[in-house]
Design a protein around this ligand. Structure first.
Ligand SMILES: Nc1ncnc2c1ncn2[C@@H]1O[C@H](COP(=O)(O)OP(=O)(O)OP(=O)(O)O)[C@@H](O)[C@H]1O
Ligand SMILES: [Mg+2]
Length: 490
């Protein structure tokens, strides 16, 4: 441990000399000595003294008490007074300089040592206390919550800057007043007054803030417990909830908006899907109905023909109704009506529906032969929709290209265990790489009259059947859209 460095301020040279000897004997280092109060602070600084021993009566204008004050200001070291006079007035003045001890002359070595050690200890404890107070004050000043502390009688002892701003009251105005005089609270629901010290923790509160305005706050109060376990006042912490409430409102609005928009999107997609899927049966109904009218308007109406056409109209009408029901179920995320279905049969049905159109456009449709039924669990109408859409896209692709093969094919492949794969291929120009990732998005289209719903509907249907749908580029030209469905059990 380093030796304690002591400064002597004493105008009696003999006393000063004796003191120096006494201190040296006790193991201290005397780093300076002066008879004049005016020189004391400068000397304490330049010698980096740890403590000053100061006589109260000094020669010169400045006495020891003033010198002590200057020393404390200059270098914050403890000062111990030496005096032969302990009159009340002198002691009162000396006390103002926060002395760390008195020694009444004459004194023994042991008294001197005790006074020096006590002063050093007390000064160090004071310094640590001040440091810790500064740390708490800085912490309380920097936190975002309002903090108010009180004494045991509920009188305010401290307000941090956030509390000053929130309560509209400076700390020096609030200190010493009762909590109830500094701020008032109301219950958020009933609007009735609530005593600040009884405010429950989880209750919504309104603070009567200056303005006047009511600020929603959250308050928590904790008792300050002293060394003997007794409540010695309390610390009240407020949190201004205005920002949080505004944020919560924004969040609620955003959620409501999101729900509205996603509801709209689903509704929009449903409407678009119905429009998309219903076109074909509607067109067929109109064609058959006008053909029927023609048969009826003949001089001799052909009842048999009309009967057949009406039968087709009924079939197309109920198909359209089934399509709409299926799409509504898809939009509700309800599962499809699954029943064992031979994909080979579904393919034949679709081929029958579309062959005339395909031929009219000068295209060929090849259905690859299958040697065994390909059973899946599926909704017949929805499987037909998938095949119709994929074939239509193939037809569109061929129509847009200068391809001369103009061929479409449907193949069923049962080679992968547990799966039935169905592929629709065309000899069109293929898919631009930059479009690959967006093909299945609703409303994505590259076609002037396209709605961009075909593939989105196909994927929804296939996924509702626990299957997968994907696209592959074919060499040298063309595209294959394929889907895989789990085979029907048993
Ligand atoms: N066989 C194909 N060959 C090349 N591109 C294709 C093929 N099938 C689909 N596409 C591309 O995917 C896009 C989306 O197809 P989708 O069937 O979803 O909509 P669409 O055919 O444009 O319009 P619609 O809603 O009337 O079917 C098409 O615009 C096209 O760019
Ligand atoms: Mg399409």
């Amino acid at each position: 441990m380093s030796v304690t460095r002591i400064l002597i301020v004493e105008d009696d040279r003999v006393v000063a000399r004796d003191l120096r000897q006494q201190l040296t004997r006790l193991g201290y280092e005397v780093v300076g000595s002066t008879a004049r109060g005016e020189d004391a602070a400068g000397l304490a600084q330049s010698t980096r003294a740890d403590l000053a021993l100061t006589d109260i009566r000094l020669e010169g204008v400045m006495d020891g008490i003033d010198a002590a004050q200057q020393i404390r200001l200059a270098c914050d070291i403890p000062v111990v007074f030496l005096t032969a006079y302990a009159d009340d007035e002198t002691l009162r003045r000396a006390r103002l300089t926060e002395p760390f001890g008195y020694l009444l002359k004459p004194f023994e070595d042991s008294q001197l040592r005790t006074a020096v050690e006590m002063a050093l200890y007390k000064h160090d404890a004071d310094r640590r206390l001040r440091h810790s107070e500064r740390r708490y004050a800085a912490t309380l000043a920097s936190i975002g919550d309002a903090v108010v502390s009180t004494d045991p009688e509920g009188r305010v002892t401290y307000l941090n800057p956030v509390a000053e701003a929130l309560l509209g009251c400076r700390a020096d105005e609030a200190v010493g007043r009762c909590l109830g005089q500094v701020y008032r609270l109301r219950d958020e629901e009933s609007g009735l007054p609530v005593a600040p010290c009884d405010a429950p923790r989880d209750q919504g509160l309104l603070l009567e803030a200056p303005g006047p305005r009511l600020v929603p706050v959250e308050q928590s109060a904790s008792p300050l417990i002293d060394d003997r376990g007794q409540a010695g006042g309390m610390v009240v912490v407020f949190r201004d909830l205005t920002g949080r409430r505004a944020f919560e409102k924004q969040l609620r609005d955003a959620q409501a908006e999101l729900a509205r928009v996603s509801g709209l999107t689903t509704m929009g997609e449903l409407a678009a899907s119905i429009a998309h899927e219903i076109n074909q049966p509607l067109a067929a109904i109109v064609t058959n109905a006008s053909a029927g009218l023609n048969w009826l308007r003949r001089p001799r109406p052909e009842v048999e023909e009309v009967d057949q056409l009406l039968g087709r109209i009924v079939a197309d009408g109920s198909r359209a109704a089934d399509v709409i029901r299926g799409l509504q179920a898809l939009a509700r995320r309800a599962g499809p009506d699954l029943a064992p279905l031979d994909m080979a049969v579904a393919v034949q049905e679709v081929a029958a529906l579309m062959r005339a159109d395909i031929a009219r456009l000068g295209m060929r449709l090849r259905i690859a032969p299958v040697d065994a039924p390909a059973w899946v669990m599926g909704d017949r109408i929805q499987m037909q929709q998938v095949l119709v859409n994929l074939l239509r896209n193939g037809m569109d692709a061929i129509r847009e290209s200068d391809d001369t093969a103009r061929s479409l094919a449907v193949e069923i492949d049962g080679a992968t265990p547990g799966e039935v794969r169905v592929a629709v291929t065309d000899t069109g120009d293929g898919i631009a790489p930059e479009h690959c990732s967006r093909l299945f998005e609703p409303f994505f289209t590259t076609r002037p009259l396209g709605m961009g719903m075909g593939l989105a509907i196909c994927r929804s249907i296939v996924e509702a059947h626990h299957g997968r749908l994907w696209a592959e580029a074919l060499a040298p030209r063309g595209t294959r859209f394929a889907f895989a469905l789990p085979v029907a059990p048993g």
